[in-house]
Write a protein that binds this ligand. Structure first.
Ligand code: PHE
Length: 341
């Protein structure tokens, strides 16, 4: 019996060594350790042995099985390792090759322009306020001294949703909201950036949707001189230290007096060129002293308080600054355009 077991281990060992694949190895395993293996026959035969022999032979059978199991395990590891070695040899990696570059995006030129303007005002102590794009007629027009049927409503052709709601035509309703929220009627110094909508036909310089930044200061001593100083500083920061500004009388229902602001041409320094249409000046924004009717509607005492406001189109500023000749480039997301900035 002992010899027979030894013989079986030797035979199994030979067979295992010859295995080249896991499948072959599994066949050998079934043959030697499976249900129909010779070991099971031997175990059956154990019944006929004496009580002394039984444990001795049983132990030997177990040891033989364990030896074969160990050999199989070892062979399996060997086959696995060979497989990995072969793969590694086949798929050599050239670590000296340059890596693949990941394209990294950057902020859109409009975003950069907004942030630049915001930074100027935040540096002057303004806080940023935002509001809804779907606005009530009351905040967009009425409280800004533009009652229903006021002819100046035509200056801002509007997308109405219902009779009382529309897509805001400017960010001035955020100023109304901020004035109303300021229940103690305290001084206010805010800027309101955001998207606005007007029923314009899209062309090189018009878009039915564009962006504005408006500023509002309400204080006991906010004067037209303060407005002018602020405008000059903003113009210099945006278009260069040598810039000058000029104010031309204009009309907005929410400001009185109202002005249109020009900056001296930064291309020809005011001599006259195609950029400034030979005038030396480029119009950049509208502004004025807040109309008393607006302050009163928001509950402010106009004997005590006055304010100034200004509003600019962000696309226009970006187009002027970066020489962009068509507003639509700012929305079409053509990478050939976007990546230039
Ligand atoms: N809300 C005005 C517009 O969109 C811009 C503006 C703001 C003008 C503040 C004057 C003062 O036309």
């Amino acid at each position: 019996m002992e010899n027979k077991l030894k013989q079986m281990v030797i035979l199994a060992s030979d067979a295992i060594k010859k295995c080249k694949t896991i499948n072959e190895l599994m066949d050998v395993k079934a043959l030697y350790l499976g249900k129909k293996s010779e070991f099971n026959t031997i175990m059956q035969d154990l019944k006929g042995l004496s009580d002394e022999e039984k444990p001795r032979i049983g132990k030997m059978v177990n040891e033989a099985k364990q030896a074969i199991s160990a050999l199989i395990e070892e062979r399996k590891n060997h086959i696995d390792r060979e497989k990995i070695d072969a793969l590694l040899k086949e798929q050599t990696i050239d670590i000296t090759l340059p890596g693949k570059k990941i394209a990294i995006g950057h902020k859109h030129i409009l975003t950069k322009t907004i942030e630049e303007i915001e930074d100027i005002f935040v540096g002057l102590g303004y806080t940023i306020k935002e509001g809804p794009e779907i606005e009530s007629d009351k905040y967009n027009f009425e409280m800004l001294n533009l009652p229903k049927d006021h002819p100046a409503r035509e200056m801002q052709d509007s997308f109405y949703i219902t009779e009382e709601t529309l897509l805001r035509t400017h960010t001035s309703p955020v100023q109304v909201r901020s004035l109303l929220a300021n229940t103690n009627q305290e001084p206010l110094k805010i800027i309101c950036p955001g998207v606005v909508y007007r029923k314009d036909d899209d062309d090189q310089t018009h878009s039915h949707q564009f962006m504005q930044i408006e500023a509002l200061v309400v204080d006991e001593k906010a004067t037209l001189a303060d407005l002018k100083g602020t405008l000059l500083l903003v113009a210099k920061k945006l278009f260069g230290e040598n810039r000058e500004i000029r104010l031309r009388p204009s009309y907005f229902p929410f400001t009185e007096p109202s002005v249109e602001v020009d900056v001296s041409c930064f291309k020809c320094n005011g001599i006259g060129c195609s950029m400034c249409k030979q005038t030396g000046w480029i119009e950049i924004l509208g502004a004025g002293m807040v109309n008393n009717n607006v302050l009163k509607a928001a509950g402010y005492d106009t004997d005590k308080y006055q304010g100034f406001a200004l509003g600019m189109g962000i696309e226009r500023i970006a187009m002027l600054k970066y020489g962009i000749e068509d507003i639509r480039h700012l929305y079409t997301n053509d990478l050939r355009f976007n990546s230039q900035f």
